[in-house]
Design a protein around this ligand. Structure first.
Ligand code: BG6
Length: 511
């Protein structure tokens, strides 16, 4: 095996000194997969370049493909060159010198015994001190198998160093399977060893929600039912399902985007101030929000939940096929590729304030944002109808063009009292020299540091599933109200979504 990486780390003395993790080995299950190539290794490379990987670090990739160490590394290098075209051989060689590969079945106990030996050897040769992270980036149907085998091989024990497990989404297919998976993983690992990923929490702007709310004193006093009319959370994508039809057919938009990403963002927007900036304090508050979601019932599911599926249409002038035409999709599929939900949180702070959540594939553009719309002024002073005044809106752009915009009314210069909406803008791109980091970079680093703040706790996952189950059950046992497909690719989803708005001053934001 290669010699240990003992690089000089200029940051160790400086600002980020406390952000350099202890030596460790990262074991990735599903190492020949897309996520490893497109996200995990590029994120590790970015950390390496910023001197934020531990001085001694090893990566062991495991999957079923029978390939050599060299072939494994070559595959990673080719993928990394997509995002790092300038990558030199010498830089790659030093980054990857402690990368290894093991082929093996996920249900074959011998693989785990061999892994255990390999990890001991790596510890000795590379000084990784018995610290291990097991990253499950496989299809979810093998999660339980891997977890119990890791347990049986004694790899969850923390005798020499730490043992952590990172579990990719989807965490369960419904409430019952999520509970089962939680139980299985907790039989082997303690909750503090478990890191359930939601990559949205690693996004810079999602983290900024906490800073914006709790490092300023001007927003919090108006952050409630007295001043807020409603909140819109949108995650729109122009992409279709691509090559993921197999997964998507059994998942659909609610499982894919709402149970995790949108509910997490909503929790951060709505939660009470935590007592400390610490993993459990923050997760306690998010959990309260998820538990406060007013349960959907037979009637409200019709009124507050809208589903859609895209048909053929045009995006950027190009004709694109409908969902049912995608390879691997049942031509009669009723899988929703769009959903809009009206959610009420039964809390003192948010009583009566609708949270309007929407997400869809093949919408006109890729945008994720939170928009807080404030109430109209109570009294009319100017010769304008109150309804002609645009409401004050605070838009937190999660991606792209990350930043915050505050929309407010102002006087148009001149002799009359004409009122017009203007924007006050903060953009990450122009305010900071540093670029925003990729979500996985932050999350991998936090896991190595043992900071679970940006990971989801088991009870949060279950609360999110519990809130969504009535809608999922209803949609899976009834025909869509209007036959699918009910929106054209390249449009903003089915017209029925407008019914969720109810009041004339509420409109879906045009993005
Ligand atoms: C993933 C979903 O979790 O998030 C995908 O499975 C979706 O369907 C993706 O495209 C969106 O992530 P991002 O970071 O591109 O907004």
């Amino acid at each position: 095996m290669a010699t240990p990486i003992l690089m000089e780390n200029p940051l160790r003395q400086g600002l980020f000194a406390d952000r350099v993790p202890a030596p460790c080995s990262l074991v990735i299950y599903g190492a020949s997969g897309d996520l490893t190539h497109r996200k995990l290794v590029p994120a590790l490379f970015d950390l390496y370049e910023k001197h934020l990987l531990p001085a001694s670090f090893s990566l062991i990739g495991i999957s079923r493909s029978k390939i050599s160490d060299e072939e494994f590394k070559q595959g990673l290098k080719v993928a990394l060159k997509e995002s790092e075209p300038q990558l030199s051989d010498s830089l790659w060689n030093s980054f990857s010198q402690n990368f290894h590969y093991m082929a093996g079945g996920y249900d074959d106990f011998k693989t785990y015994q061999a892994l255990s030996q390999m990890l001991d050897q790596v510890d000795q040769e590379n000084g990784t001190s018995g610290n291990r992270i097991f990253y499950l980036s496989t299809p979810p149907n093998v999660f339980e198998n891997i977890i119990s085998n890791l347990g049986a091989a004694g790899l969850a024990k923390e005798e020499k160093g730490f043992a952590r497990i990172v579990i990719e989404k989807p965490f369960g297919h419904d409430l019952e399977s999520a509970q089962e998976l939680n139980q299985k993983v907790k039989e082997v690992f303690k909750e503090r060893q478990i890191y359930r990923i939601d990559h949205y929490l690693g996004k810079e702007t999602v983290q900024n929600l906490l800073v914006m709310r709790f490092a300023n004193s001007i927003f919090e006093p108006i952050w409630d039912r007295r001043y807020v009319d409603h909140i819109q959370i949108t995650a729109s994508e122009d992409m279709g399902v691509g090559s993921r039809a197999g997964y998507y057919e059994s998942s659909g938009i609610l499982r894919d985007m709402f149970q995790n990403h949108l509910f997490q963002v909503m929790s951060l927007v709505a939660m009470e101030p935590p007592v400390a900036f610490e993993a459990n304090a923050i997760r306690d508050e998010k959990l309260k929000i998820l538990k406060s979601i007013r349960p959907f019932n037979e009637n409200t599911v019709y009124q507050w939940a809208v589903r859609g599926q895209y048909g053929p249409g045009y995006l950027s002038g190009e004709k694109v096929p409908g969902y049912r035409e995608a390879e691997g999709v049942n031509p009669k599929s009723n899988t929703p590729t769009y959903a809009a939900l009206k959610i009420f949180l039964d809390t003192w702070r948010w009583h009566g304030v609708p949270f309007l959540l929407r997400s869809g594939k093949r919408l006109p553009k890729r945008t994720t944002e939170v928009a807080i719309q404030f109430k109209q002024p109570p009294n009319l002073l100017f010769k304008t109808n109150v309804s002609d005044l645009s409401p004050n809106v605070m838009v937190i752009r999660i991606q792209p063009d990350e930043g915050i915009t505050l929309k407010f009314e102002t006087k148009v210069p001149g002799m009359s009292m004409e009122v017009r909406t203007v924007n006050m803008d903060f953009r990450y791109g122009t305010s900071f020299a540093e670029g925003t980091s990729e979500a996985y970079e932050r999350l991998l680093l936090d896991c190595m540091l043992g900071d679970a703040t940006l990971f989801i706790r088991g009870d949060e996952v279950e609360a999110a599933w519990a809130a969504l189950m009535p809608v999922l059950n209803h949609w899976e046992t009834t025909e869509p109200e209007r036959h699918f497909p009910n929106y054209e690719a390249g449009t903003w989803g089915p017209a029925e979504a407008d019914n969720l708005l109810e009041k004339p001053w509420r409109k879906w934001r045009r993005l």
